[in-house]
Design a protein around this ligand. Structure first.
Ligand SMILES: [Zn+2]
Length: 235
């Protein structure tokens, strides 16, 4: 499942409301929730276009930090606009409205600019109350304790509707946002705290140390302790 993104691959679409816009005149090719090829997208809460994002990346503009993330197709890594690494070519860039959306598209967080330290997107402050309430609860770990059905009930909406709202505004499902939060919180604690790995797994909301290790191995290709070692040698 791929959420809203801005891609240069298929040309450009106009900016109209919160719809997928076909860039080749054929209209969006959507199979279920899956968007098959490169489309420009716009969301109600976001007013950025591909060019705005790419210019911000080229200039490492801190005022865009947290407003979008860059997926670099040639490396499979996603970055903050302020990443000190060499600016990727435009054709390799895809822009996502949230870290969760970039992760959902299969990108791994960059070890240099550390997406886990990006500020919360100011655009989310303006989105529908249900979404901002849900984001706040997820931030507090609600989805680590409840399943999505119970969680949606608590917000007074159906789970399908909640998912639709999330895809529209955040570019990722509530479950994916919760998963991303766990990983990024854990990554921050690995790098910036001296808690034991067991304690970090617990604090970040992983159900077990095994799941914690597995997730990191899958996402970063390294165990949490290796990541801590790498970070120490980088400093
Ligand atoms: Zn980076």
């Amino acid at each position: 499942m791929v959420g809203p993104r801005w891609s240069d691959r298929g040309g450009r679409g106009a900016v109209v409301g919160a719809r997928w816009l076909g860039c080749d005149g054929q209209g969006p090719q959507i199979a279920g929730d899956k968007v098959i090829s490169g489309y420009t997208c716009d969301m109600e809460s976001v007013d950025l276009e591909f060019e705005d994002c790419y210019r911000a990346v080229k200039n490492r503009d801190p005022s865009f930090d947290g407003r979008f993330f860059t997926g670099v197709a040639s490396t499979g890594i996603f970055c903050r606009p302020v990443c000190p690494a060499v600016t990727p070519k435009a054709k390799n860039c895809e822009f996502y409205p949230s870290a969760a959306a970039a992760m959902e598209a299969g990108y791994r967080p960059c070890l240099r600019c550390r997406p886990e330290t990006a500020p919360n997107s100011p655009a989310w402050n303006g989105v529908k109350t249900t979404v901002s309430r849900a984001l706040k609860l997820i931030e507090q770990g609600a989805l680590d304790e409840q399943d999505i059905e119970t969680f949606s009930e608590r917000l007074g909406v159906g789970s399908r509707h909640l998912r639709r709202l999330f895809m529209k505004h955040v570019g990722a499902s509530p479950t994916q946002v919760a998963r991303t939060r766990r990983v990024l919180l854990a990554k921050r604690l690995i790098t910036d705290s001296s808690y034991s790995m067991t304690e970090i797994a617990h604090r970040a909301g992983f159900s077990s140390v095994r799941q914690f290790n597995h997730t990191f191995d899958k996402l970063y290709g390294r165990s949490p302790s290796e990541l801590r070692r790498i970070n120490r040698t980088m400093q």
